[in-house]
Design a binder for this molecule. Structure first.
Ligand code: PGA
Length: 250
């Protein structure tokens, strides 16, 4: 049985004092969950969040990283830097980074390799645009993104990669894929992994759904056969709402 992994993606929100108050408020509400709870916070919140989350079951992740260890890359943060302060997870290839910061499947692949080299667990985002969906290309797009993202990884690394299927048209729009639709897309991603690395490994990979997940739709989404939790944007900015998503089964 795969575990559920519920990750918040705060995007460019939350000052350190807000982050600390959030984690202090969330910790008692999610302490009994079997799910893995992660908050992916802005760089400036990382250290404060790690300290506040220390005695809790909340894990802390970053939202991006560079693939080089160090060097003349003004404004960038490396995997080595994240690891040095105790970060465990990192989102890679979010559609907002692909769209606004020119990330490609190839840079996503490089970043995933650099994440593993620094013992960080990557949460890798894939997903189709509305245009691609309307011309029936969803499966083609998301399986190609998955294939390139995982290219050259060891079996063990593939097994430890978390994939977040996030249809771009569902992000921040209030529009959610139906549970059946999202589950089918996630099955297609799992089949692609099975094709390249074997069914045994594919069955172990955590694949989340993301795109307007909220407390009111979490149960329906997370009760399907292949959706292993969620990557949650807007609804991860409110303590109660996010706690209710984590505790979706109660
Ligand atoms: P949303 O964002 O939940 O606000 O749609 C999800 C994401 O971008 O990861």
């Amino acid at each position: 049985m795969r575990r559920k992994v519920i990750a918040g993606n705060w995007k460019m929100n939350m000052l350190p004092n807000e982050a600390m108050a959030f984690i202090e408020g969330l910790a008692p509400l999610v302490k009994n969950t079997d799910a893995e709870v992660i908050l992916c916070v802005p760089y400036t919140d990382l250290f404060y969040s790690l300290l506040t989350a220390q005695e809790t079951n909340i894990k802390i992740g970053a939202q991006n990283m560079h693939w080089e260890e160090s060097g003349a890359y003004t404004g960038e943060v490396s995997g080595q830097m994240l690891k040095s302060i105790g970060v465990e997870y990192v989102i890679i290839g979010h559609s907002e980074r692909r769209q606004y910061f020119n990330e490609t499947d190839e840079t996503v692949n490089k970043k995933i390799k650099a994440a593993f080299a620094n013992e960080l667990k990557p949460i890798v985002c894939v997903g189709e645009t509305l245009e691609q969906r309307e011309v029936g290309k969803t499966e083609e797009v998301i399986t190609a993104q998955t294939k390139i993202a995982l290219d050259g990884l060891t079996e063990e690394q593939v097994e430890n990669t978390i994939i977040a299927y996030e249809p771009i048209w569902a992000i921040g729009t209030g529009k959610t894929a139906t549970a059946e639709d999202a589950n089918n897309s996630i099955k297609a991603i799992r089949n692609e992994i099975a094709k390249n690395y074997g069914q045994n490994i594919a069955d172990k990979v955590i694949i989340q759904y993301g795109g307007s997940v909220k407390a009111s739709n979490a149960k329906e989404l997370f009760s399907t056969s292949d959706i292993d939790g969620g990557l949650v944007g807007g609804a991860s900015l409110k303590v109660e709402e996010f706690a209710n998503i984590v505790n979706y089964s109660i």
